[in-house]
Design a protein around this ligand. Structure first.
Ligand code: 5GP
Ligand code: ZN
Length: 113
């Protein structure tokens, strides 16, 4: 998607601080961190949101969680813990319509809701 900011981050058109990448996923630090560690993990394939995923995307989305596990360990968050979040549409506050898994950690997080 040529007008998607996360596609532009993945292809290097927009700079980012990358923390992990492989053939399916790319991860980088959030520009407006909500916690001491705030990383976005995105599929290289453009998918608008969880609403738009298909059965064929199951492995792609599952892969994001496996990447998150590795990044959490790399960032020293595994033992104390961390939160993984995917916002979908307006009520969840989704602002970028390219699926992304938020990885948040580095402090005690408050309850959700
Ligand atoms: P959402 O609100 O859609 O779940 O999350 C979008 C996230 O992308 C926000 O946390 C926002 O700070 C982050 N973000 C938006 N634009 C950019 C950007 O150009 N670079 C980086 N690194 N993060 C961005
Ligand atoms: Zn995209």
């Amino acid at each position: 998607m040529s007008d998607c900011i996360f596609c532009k981050i993945i292809n290097g058109e927009i700079p980012s601080t990358s923390v992990y990448q492989d053939e399916q996923a790319y991860a980088f630090r959030d520009i407006q961190p909500a916690a001491p560690t705030h990383i976005l993990i995105v599929p290289r394939k453009h998918i608008d949101s969880i609403n738009a995923m298909t059965d064929n995307d199951e492995q792609t989305i599952g892969h994001l969680f496996n990447a998150a596990r590795q990044i959490a360990t790399q960032e020293g968050l595994a033992e104390n813990g961390y939160r993984l979040v995917i916002n979908t549409n307006a009520h969840a506050g989704q602002t970028v319509f390219h699926i992304h898994l938020h990885l948040l950690g580095g402090r005690q997080l408050t309850k959700m809701g």
